[in-house]
Design a protein around this ligand. Structure first.
Ligand code: MTE
Length: 324
């Protein structure tokens, strides 16, 4: 017998996007392509700063993608104008207002390298990759280690599908991802005390968990650059710094990688970084989170509310700093 298990974050059907809205948005997007060609609206739908160049996104026809109903949540979606102007992307500055500067990043052409312990190393054009993977929409909570949170309609595909595509050897225990490096356009990368390029990693078990998601779009369009276009990670049970942006390299290793923040300050940022309200950051409590766009704080939930999916991943790991 098929029993549908309603998980804590699923929302009632009446709150899901109505099909007519979905279809209307698609025709709106088709029309928007011609508007973009004649104005300063970028392919990602954002108004570009004067002088910025934009390459059109060859995958725009894939959006808005069908929402996967298994990943709906009870919180309101954070308004796009808030989410797209409050970003962590240290390559473009160590503050939240980097959205204009990030438009300097040219996201096409874009190549992703698969290497390390794989059957065959290869470089793949990102559009070929996105079309091979397919795109769906998922609503995810996003909890930053700085104790703020959002609810985001990501589009993309399961990381498990990418791992399968990469054909890792059985010796591979970790997936390591790296962001582009180009200090000519990313002024933050001229700050030599940071260990560029931004690097993050997951165990293969985490990477192949249903929740681990590669993001290509957000708010029903290809991702704007400040979100980490053209390819970023979303691992919503972990603090946001694990969700690496603008990925150019996916490597498979048998050794646990040291990630960007861990290398910078291992006593404050670890490899696992699973959300837990009971384990404080050395400098602040993680018990609550400020909901962006709403004038309130709410209690933080272990694994950011995704324990049904991921708690089994950690049950046999002892002596690890799982929540930092
Ligand atoms: N990826 C790169 N390459 N550079 C960064 O500075 N910041 C991380 C993560 N990924 C970061 C990154 C942090 S701290 C957070 S909270 C999220 O991106 C922020 O994602 P958002 O801007 O989409 O909210």
């Amino acid at each position: 017998m098929l029993i549908k298990r309603v998980r804590g974050w699923e929302i009632p059907e009446r709150m899901a996007t109505d099909e007519s809205v979905f279809l209307n948005r698609r025709s709106f997007m088709a029309g928007a392509g011609s508007i973009a060609a004649a104005s300063v609206i970028g392919a990602n739908g954002l108004i570009l700063p004067a002088g910025a160049q934009e390459t059109s996104d060859p995958t725009v026809d894939l959006y808005p993608a069908m929402r996967n109903g298994n990943y709906q949540i009870e919180r309101a979606i954070t308004p796009e104008e808030i989410n797209s102007t409050y970003n962590n992307f240290y390559e473009f500055g160590s503050h939240k207002q980097i959205s204009e500067r990030a438009q300097a990043l040219m996201t096409r052409p874009w190549t992703v390298t698969f290497d390390g312990e794989v059957e065959e190393e290869r470089e793949v054009d990102v559009d070929t990759l996105i079309r091979a993977m397919g795109v769906e929409e998922r609503l995810y909570r996003h909890r930053c280690v700085e104790a703020w949170s959002m609810t985001v309609p990501w589009s993309g595909f399961p990381l498990a599908r990418l791992v399968e595509y990469a054909r890792p050897l059985s010796s591979a225990k970790y997936v390591v991802m790296q962001t582009f490096q180009d200090s000519d356009i990313a002024s933050g990368q001229r700050q030599f005390w940071y260990p560029w390029p931004y690097t993050e990693g997951l165990t293969i078990e985490e990477a192949t968990n249903d929740l681990a998601f590669m993001v290509t779009g957000v708010y029903g369009r290809p991702a704007a650059k400040q979100f980490g276009a053209p390819l970023r990670l979303a691992v919503p049970w972990k603090y946001g710094f694990k969700s690496i942006k603008s990925i150019v390299r996916v490597s498979f290793t048998s050794e646990r990688p040291v990630s960007f923040w861990e290398e910078l300050n291992a006593s404050e940022y670890g490899f696992w970084a699973n959300v837990n309200p009971e384990v404080s950051h050395p400098r602040w409590s993680q018990a609550q989170e400020r909901v962006l766009g709403e004038d309130r704080k709410i209690p933080t939930v272990i694994y950011n509310g995704y324990g049904d999916y991921v708690s089994d991943l950690y049950k046999d790991i002892e002596g690890e700093r799982l929540y930092m």
